[in-house]
Design a protein around this ligand. Structure first.
Ligand code: SF4
Length: 375
């Protein structure tokens, strides 16, 4: 099984925290869709003809697509790849784009999972982040999605924002879990270089939340999600009734995926490729038959590191049997030697030959991962 990720690089407005590749210039939209198809045809062998069980439209803002563009892309993907009938097809969207008729179009085009970028249920924070929508639009977008027939809805929230209080975060969580959603992705704010937030932080016009508050908010997230029946199956991801994101799980399980569009990443077990993060550069390179991605052939150590980094974050954890089978006994020795102290101090739980992070270990996951890797 393999996945396809499609990066739609257009946004109507730039959010101040966001470092994903995007452009506000939509004049190249038509050209982009034609070239995207050329790229897909050129690179389809990268997946060794494996059937496609997940497709993910991310960005940027996929909800800038109109229904004709979407129908065309979907028909094209079904023609070029063997997309399984029950494939999970996720579409990222901004709440203010999700009116009932647009959602109906998505549904009829074959989208069966929505990922809605709500980010906050506080208008003051939506403004600080320069989001386009308000709280009311966020709530209505989920209601519309249900009316349009969607039964698999995920919402994104951000915590650790400047001035976000524990009380406000608790209220955000209560709001989201009161909505008919099956999945939550909740991320702590990161100040990425090149974003407005980063510049403001450096100038001192924005104040980072103190670490104690961030930890409090992460604890609240875990507690409230668990009380309301949402299972934490990865550090930042929570699902009801096992409605995990199949697409993200395929990343964590080391499955193959092909990323199309500027800045998209691909992986097929042998190599990792990443497309140029520039729309014009991407279009010109494909039109002129020149290279538009960089490639790295993974060494055994890098494959081992990938496995550790992705699996330790999940509830399925790291398997000694897998390390032994895939990477040999030397790597098992390295892993055991470096995980022992975390097991003794109960940051890691061992069940037979599987290691997972304990609730306390979740808070120091970066340190644990860094120690397990082979540099
Ligand atoms: S967060 Fe989404 S909508 Fe906002 S700028 Fe980034 S890609 Fe665009």
């Amino acid at each position: 099984m393999a996945g396809i990720y499609i990066h739609i690089p257009f946004c109507r407005q730039k959010c101040f925290y966001c470092d994903f590749y995007k452009t506000l210039d939509t004049s190249l939209t038509g050209n982009f869709f034609s070239i995207l198809k050329v790229e897909a045809v050129q690179r389809k062998n990268y997946l060794f003809n494996e059937p496609i069980d997940t497709i993910y439209f991310g960005g940027g803002t996929p909800s800038v697509l109109n229904k004709y563009e979407l129908l065309q892309i979907m028909a094209f993907l079904h023609k070029e790849f063997s997309v399984l009938p029950d494939a999970e097809i996720t579409f990222e969207a901004n709440p203010d784009d999700l009116n009932y008729s647009y959602l109906k179009n998505l549904y009829y085009a074959g989208i069966n999972r929505l990922s809605i970028g709500i980010q906050s249920f506080q208008n003051e924070h939506l403004k600080i982040m320069n989001r386009r929508h308000n709280v009311n639009q966020a709530i209505v977008s989920v209601e519309n999605a249900v009316k349009a027939g969607f039964e698999n809805i995920s919402v994104d929230l951000i915590y650790g924002l400047p001035n976000l209080t524990a009380r406000q975060w608790q209220s955000n969580l209560n709001q989201v879990f009161n909505l008919p959603v099956q999945h939550l992705s909740a991320y702590h704010l990161t100040y990425h270089r090149g974003t407005t937030f980063y510049d403001r932080l450096k100038k001192g016009t924005l104040k980072e939340l103190v670490e104690k508050e961030s930890i409090k908010q992460f604890k609240l997230l875990i507690e409230i999600a668990s009380d309301l029946g949402f299972e934490q199956y990865e550090i930042s991801n929570f699902a009801k009734n096992k409605m995990y994101s199949k697409h993200n799980m395929s990343y964590w399980q080391g499955n193959k995926y092909l990323g199309l569009g500027p800045s998209a990443h691909s992986f097929n077990g042998v190599s990792r490729q990443w497309n140029v993060a520039n729309l014009e550069g991407y279009l010109n390179a494909i039109e002129n038959n020149s290279t538009y991605f960089e490639e790295e052939i993974l060494t055994e150590n890098e494959k081992y590191n990938e496995y550790i980094l992705t699996r330790i974050r999940t509830k399925w954890g790291v398997s000694i049997n897998f390390i032994e089978k895939e990477f040999g006994t030397e790597k098992v020795t390295h892993f055991i030697k470096n995980i022992e102290k975390y097991e003794k101090s109960e940051f890691v739980i061992r069940q037979n030959r599987i290691f997972t992070l304990s609730p306390d270990g979740l808070f120091i996951s970066d340190e644990i991962m860094a120690n397990l890797m082979i540099i």
